[in-house]
Design a protein around this ligand. Structure first.
Ligand code: UD1
Ligand code: CA
Length: 452
């Protein structure tokens, strides 16, 4: 199976310097979603047809399993797929070299996807591929109440005979509400034969990929259709409005999947997952939380309102938030509490430890049953380099302390409130660095001078 992804369009309506297919949905480029879908299908070859701003697109997403075909100028979807043909394989790989399989090798096929249509589901594409079987042309079509702007599927006695573009259609054809989503599967060899013969004598002067339908019919090749389950699966992004609309669709899908897996969401409309969120049993997530990268939440974890978690692991029974920020490299053990306005970065906090208020814990290794007081800060950066702070088990860190890394607080130690720790604190002792408290008897508060 070859996959050709069309991504040469300019996307003027985005009103942006960034090429359209690089705009992100759920933290990933639109084209990245389509490429990943192609990978999940197990495509043998994936070729992206690029054009406008192409080098930037290629640099952003290039990978060893991708090939790139430049389309310049852009003369239509048929011309676009033609550019990708040299990168496709007409015959599928035949297992071990030199051996002949029992059954005749199935013909290679090519799936065409659009780089700006990010949410097509795997199940839908598998249905389309299945419909194509061995050697048919399969079109993904949909019935829309308002088919305006789309190519229409023309049928005679129920059989597809051709696709006509809106601008080339007559009144009867425009009344058809079965539309071409643009996604199709064709036998690769037939595609290679048809594409160079396409003409551009149509209303837009373009080489239409859709004209292959009439060519297939003329050859007696079966033309079949399959349909997506939901309209958003084949919706494209042409504007920031459409981007935001699809982002909401995607987030709602993610929220639904989480709830189906047993996660409690205070409000499925107020969670944003921009990556992968893995949850154990009985996890609950309050409103306005953002998850980025890969986040793992153990059994019974509670995430309170307004938290941001990125590439973090939270152990079973832990409580995070409200208003907490877990940055990349955070690992919380079991029954850890990270409270309001606490930021943790590249740090591990072991079982039963607590940092409940107003703290910055960066590049730190924190043991078990540690209490981090309000306002504690690891000073991990000297303006040039970063250093680690080690806090061993059963330590009590008083409020408003600064731990100037590299520094170690020994097991069972206590740091008095307000301490600026610049050398290691020995185990089991109280270490305090603040000046001794004095009271001045007879001291008088200054009073304002009387004006003359
Ligand atoms: C195309 C289909 C139409 C279908 C519609 C679905 C054709 C002739 N028409 O219409 O039947 O209903 O999609 O949205 O195929 N692209 C290139 N190079 C080009 C032209 C387009 O890479 O030269 C890419 C675009 O970036 C886009 C996709 O192909 O991702 C579709 O292009 P677009 O201009 O939106 O197609 P339409 O003409 O609207
Ligand atoms: Ca279009």
């Amino acid at each position: 199976m070859n996959v050709v992804i069309l991504a040469a369009g300019q996307g003027k309506r985005m009103r942006s310097d960034l090429p359209k297919v690089l705009h992100s949905l759920a933290g990933k480029a639109l084209l990245g979603h389509v490429i990943d879908t192609a990978r999940e299908l197990g495509a043998e070859r994936i070729c992206v047809v690029y054009g406008h701003g192409g080098e930037q697109v290629r640099e952003a997403l290039d990978a060893p399993d991708l090939s790139w075909a430049k389309q310049e100028p852009q003369l239509g979807t048929g011309h676009a797929v033609l550019q990708a043909m040299p990168a496709t394989v007409a015959c599928p790989r035949s297992g071990i070299p030199g051996t002949q399989s029992e059954s005749a090798p199935t013909e290679s096929s090519t799936l065409v996807l659009y780089g700006d249509v990010p949410l097509t589901r795997l199940a839908t594409l598998k249905r389309l591929i299945e419909a194509a079987g061995d050697g048919a042309l399969a079109l993904l079509t949909a019935h829309l109440d308002d088919p305006h702007g789309y190519g229409r599927i023309v049928r005679v006695a129920g059989k597809v005979t051709r696709i006509v573009e809106e601008k080339d259609a007559d009144d009867a054809e425009r009344a058809v509400n079965e539309i071409n989503t643009g996604i199709l599967v064709a036998p690769t060899a037939a595609l290679a034969r048809w594409l160079p013969t396409l003409g551009n004598r149509n209303a837009q002067g373009e080489y239409y990929l859709t004209d292959i339908v009439a060519l297939a019919v003329a050859e007696g090749m079966p033309v079949v259709t399959a349909h997506p389950d939901a309209a958003w699966e084949t919706e494209g992004v042409n504007s920031k409005l459409q981007l935001a609309a699809l982002e909401r669709v995607h987030q709602r899908n993610v929220a639904n999947a989480l709830m189906e897996a047993g996660v409690t969401l205070a409000d499925p409309e107020r969670i944003d997952v921009r990556g992968e969120l893995v949850c154990g049993r009985d996890v609950s997530i309050d409103v306005n939380c953002v998850f980025e990268g890969r986040v793992v939440l153990g059994d019974g974890v509670r995430i309170k309102a307004n938290c941001v978690l990125e590439d973090a692991v939270v152990g079973a029974g832990s409580v995070v938030g409200p208003f907490a920020r877990l940055r990349p490299g955070t690992e919380l053990g079991r029954d850890v509490h990270v409270g309001n306005f606490v930021e943790v970065k590249n740090s591990s906090i072991a079982d039963h430890s607590k940092a409940n208020h107003l703290a910055y814990l960066g590049d730190a290794t924190i043991g078990s049953r540690v209490n981090v007081g309000a306002g504690a800060i690891t000073c991990n950066y000297d303006g040039a380099n970063k250093f680690r702070t080690v806090i061993e088990d059963d330590v009590f860190i008083g409020s408003d302390t600064q731990l100037v890394a590299p520094v170690t607080v020994g097991r069972g130690a206590t740091l008095g409130a307000g301490t600026t720790l610049t050398r290691d604190a020995p185990p089991d002792q109280l270490t305090v660095s603040r000046a001794k408290q004095v009271s001045v008897p007879g001291w008088k508060r200054p009073v304002k001078k009387k004006k003359d």
